[in-house]
Design a binder for this molecule. Structure first.
Ligand SMILES: Nc1ncnc2c1ncn2[C@@H]1O[C@H](COP(=O)(O)OP(=O)(O)OP(=O)(O)O)[C@@H](O)[C@H]1O
Ligand code: SF4
Ligand SMILES: [Mg+2]
Length: 322
């Protein structure tokens, strides 16, 4: 069953310098129970897609297209109905943990408030529930630590607290926006494992937003590659890693340091990411693409399905059979 369907989603921002086209005609279909990575460089529109889904765009932003969650259209839904869905069905872990936490309030207060307000639980029951979730997220001595303030936690621990908080209302969909960016490699692995646990234990559908394609393999089923606010390629992670069809995906994968290669240095993709003020007539990746040809600058490549479960938008896709 498709839990979340995004059709032809565009997000624009009105600024003093004109209109910023952050997301341009994105389609996504996310099945219940799946774990999907949304991957792309900084500025590719990852967070704005998620904010549009959540109805949390900045004031100067507007979304067009369609976002349905379990059959309900979310775009244009009134604030009350959207709040009900946000407080019970969809949760998001924000890129900056501090936006979700009040630095002056103990974690106990911040976690129980949600349950006492939205679920009508007693404070005692809410506290027990919150401690149980912190325990499940492997926060040691959860019963003691829940009385602490956010600054008393390390980055990795704080991320566990945020995942526990996001799970309080047992959401069906959890959106994690760069949950591991500020963490070192070991802690990053632990958080990724926890997210996988969440899915296995609670049946939660997970969207992982990341610019780090290296953490996707082994943790997600499907991936969506974004560039310039457009989907360049999507499909099963294992098949894309084995044989990317889009030159941009290939560049991203080539930039991942691998132990089985001589050069362990991170190779960067030549050229600068696209500015979002200009909507190119052709392929957004044309200025950096090693396979570019004349028509790439003129004609926007349509999304094609080289296989039933794969999508690629490129005039000259790489050959591959995976
Ligand atoms: N309020 C705003 N006004 C104008 N432009 C905005 C606003 N918010 C975001 N943008 C622009 O939208 C584009 C997409 O931003 P988005 O936050 O989705 O990037 P991202 O892929 O999440 O990047 P990162 O990996 O750095 O988080 C960027 O060019 C950004 O500057
Ligand atoms: S459409 Fe052209 S420029 Fe764009 S990725 Fe494909 S080959 Fe490269
Ligand atoms: Mg972001």
């Amino acid at each position: 069953m498709t839990l979340l369907r995004v059709r032809d989603l565009s997000v624009t921002f009105e600024t003093g310098d004109g209109t910023v086209n952050a997301v341009n005609g994105v389609d996504l279909a996310i099945g219940a129970g799946q774990s999907v990575a949304v991957v792309g460089e900084s500025g590719s529109g990852k967070s704005q897609i998620m904010f549009a889904i959540m109805g949390l765009l900045a004031r100067n932003g507007a979304a067009a297209g369609s976002v349905t969650f379990d059959g309900t259209e979310l775009l244009g839904l009134d604030e009350g109905a959207l709040n009900r869905i946000r407080s019970s069905q969809i949760a998001m872990i924000f890129q900056n943990p501090m936006t979700a936490l009040n630095p002056y309030m103990r974690i106990s207060h911040q976690m129980t408030e949600v349950l006492t307000l939205h679920k009508g639980m007693s404070r005692r029951a809410a506290l027990a529930e919150a401690i149980g979730l912190l325990d499940a997220m492997e926060v040691p001595e959860a019963a003691t630590r829940i009385g602490m303030y956010p600054h008393e936690f390390s980055g990795g621990m704080l991320q566990r607290v945020l995942i526990a908080m996001a799970l309080l209302c047992r959401p069906r969909l959890l959106i994690a926006d760069e949950p591991t960016t500020a963490l070192d490699a070991t802690v990053r692995g632990q958080i990724m494992r926890l997210l996988a646990d969440v899915r296995a234990r609670f049946g939660t559908t997970v969207i992982l937003v990341t610019h780090d394609v290296g953490i996707v393999a082994g943790h997600c089923d499907e991936m969506v590659v974004l560039y310039g606010g457009r989907v360049m390629e999507s499909g099963p992670v294992a098949r894309i890693f084995a044989a990317p069809h889009h030159p941009y995906t290939r560049s991203l994968l080539d930039a991942v340091p691998r132990l089985d290669r001589d050069d362990e240095r991170l190779r960067s993709i030549p050229g600068d990411p696209l500015g979002t003020n200009l909507l190119p007539a052709g392929c957004p990746f044309a200025a950096r693409c090693p396979r570019v040809e004349e028509r790439c600058h003129r004609e926007r490549p349509a999304s094609e399905r080289p296989a039933p479960d794969r999508v690629v938008a490129c005039h000259r896709p790489l050959e591959g059979v995976a």
